[in-house]
Design a protein around this ligand. Structure first.
Ligand code: PNS
Length: 159
């Protein structure tokens, strides 16, 4: 069974990578879909996010990274995927993911599997990584080295 792991990944964190790796162990193939939530302002543009997710995911058998530009349900249909996998950290994630799962199921019957975030990364968020980085904090514990470097370049382009 082919699964899609969608997200904004702004930036991709160790929490995302943990969910992607575990999804890879559960499904035959995983397509990581780098999309856009119209309610969000992004630090990295779409091309940069795709590039960083590809670099962070690396060469994992049966895992590939693609750009998600339209509706997630259309993307899943094009990819031949019947299920979406999303990580779940705390109750507020659940409220949002439940709404998304319901609307996606109403649109095409697409199913959603919610995978509990592992304890180590259970409260990590891209938003907090961006906040810490924007105030000069060290985010290297939370993201892959290349991502930390690129965040630093955004913050301090002339360094
Ligand atoms: O990491 P995020 O911000 O939770 O990811 C959200 C994303 C990009 C997966 C979501 O916004 C999405 O699926 N966007 C594509 C458009 C769509 O299908 N929206 C759902 C119906 S409202």
């Amino acid at each position: 069974m082919r699964a899609v792991c969608p997200g904004s990944f702004d930036p991709i964190t160790h929490g995302h990578l943990d969910v992607i790796r575990r999804a890879g162990a559960l499904f035959d193939e995983v397509v990581v879909a780098v999309g856009r939530n119209s309610a969000k302002n992004y630090l990295f543009d779409t091309d940069e996010r795709v590039e960083l997710v590809r670099a962070a995911v690396g060469e994992q058998p049966r895992v590939r990274v693609e750009l998600l530009s339209g509706l997630l349900v259309d993307f899943c249909r094009e990819q031949g995927a019947d299920v979406v996998v999303k990580g779940l950290r705390f109750a507020s994630d659940f409220d949002f993911e439940l709404q998304m799962a319901h609307i996606n199921h109403s649109l095409t019957g697409l199913e959603t599997v919610l995978l509990p975030a592992s304890a180590q990364w259970g409260t990590l968020s891209s938003t907090m990584v961006r906040e810490v980085a924007s105030l000069g904090g060290d985010v290297r514990a939370f993201v892959p080295p290349l991502v930390a470097e690129r965040i630093e370049q955004k913050r301090n382009p002339h360094a």
